[in-house]
Write a protein that binds this ligand. Structure first.
Ligand code: ADP
Length: 440
């Protein structure tokens, strides 16, 4: 038993005994004990009232001296209070430091509630997103960042890829990333990428300018080499083969320059400007003629099938992308092999596929194929006349048509390159009777 409790019990017992003795002196021992206990209970209530007042008034007021076990209880409460006070101070300090660190960051940070209402924002959010911490707290973020792309990004809920947005003032551009946390709350982060974008633009312009400048000298060289080839002494094998090699290399450079210019045009011009409904059956017939011409004496079997609604897109860009796929299929399929061009579309999506029975591609190369200048076998690819830019062009064109490229291949068994278009790119109501597979 706690010594203070023992002492208090002794005091209570002594008071009751004294009360009893005094009571018996007057012939009423029970009344004496009752009066003594009543006195003790009153005292207890007085102390309880003082303790209650101290607890209610708040801890800074002086600690009451109640004596005995009461002081012990008050000391314990006070100790707990001090500990939680210190804990609170530590947490407040940590929170202040975190806020100071977040405010010192050059990137914008905005905390959103479950309903996408702004709860807190650091100072850079004003410059990068046009949001003011105090003024805009409590407002829905989509009412302040009005770019529809941001609204769609926030609503979609898939934040794996960041979003590039125009900043509140020109020429500011920011990259926005949303990080969900807690119970469906979100952290919006934005970084200034104006500088990176400007560098990227400079690179694009540089490549476009250099390619453009190279065109004229290459045309001149090509012209002279043709003349030399005509003039060269038919018996002079060395000169003839040197001129043939030079013509071949100049031709390769010309193709490279053309592909680089195509890529830079695709990167710089706005998409959708020349979109139209494309009659896919006719389009595929045109591609099959190109395939036949490219195959020439290698005599591939070219098959065509078209079924489903027409495609909406830029015919020139799509022709260039699909021709690249056809060219690759012919290039990488041995003479006599089959190349099949297929268009199949339903209410969900449209799929244009080039299927060949050629050499195939090992799995490890597949994710890298659309990178610029990536070649599975560089010597063979160069010898076959490839620039290493064909699939990069295809990827760029598909990006501008909200489509994706799916590559399936097995070494020695052929490859299938499929361009998958969303239903928004299909002309509804243009269902046509299927063009059954036909050899050309
Ligand atoms: P290139 O202009 O050199 O053909 P691409 O970007 O078009 O460049 O293709 C990249 C590489 O992918 C090629 O070097 C080739 O090795 C491989 N490739 C593309 N299409 C096919 C195909 N149908 N069959 C086998 N390999 C292919």
């Amino acid at each position: 038993m706690h010594p203070e409790l023992r002492r208090d019990l002794w005091v209570a017992l002594s008071v009751a005994t004294v009360g009893g003795l005094l009571g018996s002196a007057f012939g009423h021992p029970v009344t004496g004990v009752s009066v003594a206990l009543g006195f003790l209970i009153t005292l207890l209530f007085v102390k309880l009232a003082r303790l209650h007042r101290w607890l209610v008034r708040g801890r800074p007021s002086p600690i009451p001296e109640l004596g005995g076990l009461w002081d012990e209880v008050i000391r314990e409460v006070h100790k707990g209070d001090r500990a939680s006070e210190r804990h609170k101070e530590r947490l407040t300090g940590l929170f202040d430091r975190l806020q100071a660190a977040a405010s010192a960051m050059p990137d914008a940070m905005v905390v959103l509630t479950q309903r996408d209402v702004i709860e807190w924002a650091n100072p850079p959010a004003e410059r990068l997103l046009g949001l003011h911490a105090e003024r805009d707290a409590g407002a829905r973020i989509v009412h302040l960042i009005r770019d529809p792309a941001f609204g769609a990004y926030l609503a979609a809920g898939d934040y794996h890829e960041p979003l590039i947005l125009k900043g509140p003032v020109d020429p500011l551009e920011v990259i926005v990333q949303i990080i969900p946390f807690g119970a469906r709350e979100k952290l919006v982060m934005a970084r200034d990428v104006t500088h990176v974008k400007r560098l990227e633009e400079m690179r694009r312009h540089f490549v476009a300018d250099v390619s453009h400048e190279l065109r004229t000298p290459l045309t001149v060289l090509q012209g002279f080499l043709e003349t030399f080839a005509d003039l060269a002494d038919a018996k002079d094998d060395e000169t003839r083969s040197a001129i043939a090699l030079m013509r071949e290399q100049v031709e390769r450079m010309r193709r490279l320059v053309d592909d680089l210019l195509s890529l830079s045009r695709l990167e710089t011009t706005p998409a959708r400007a020349h979109d139209e409904a494309i009659d896919m059956a006719a389009f595929l017939q045109g591609l099959s003629s190109i395939a036949v011409a490219l195959s020439a004496e290698r005599r591939h079997v070219i098959e065509v099938e078209a079924d489903g609604p027409d495609l909406i897109g830029n015919a020139e860009e799509l022709r260039s992308a699909f021709t690249n796929l056809v060219q690759n299929a012919i290039r990488h399929t041995p003479a006599g092999g089959t190349v099949r061009l297929s268009w199949r579309a339903d209410a969900v999506e449209g799929r244009f596929a080039v299927i060949d029975t050629g050499e195939g591609i090992a799995e490890r190369h597949i994710p890298l194929l659309t990178e610029r200048f990536y070649r599975v076998d560089s010597d063979r690819a160069r010898a076959s006349g490839g620039t290493g830019l064909g699939l990069a062009i295809v990827a760029q064109v598909l990006l501008r048509h909200d489509a994706r490229l799916v590559v399936e291949s097995a070494l020695g068994f052929g490859s299938t390159f499929t361009c998958v278009f969303p239903s928004s790119r299909l002309k509804t109501g243009s269902l046509r009777s299927p063009l059954s597979p036909s050899a050309v």
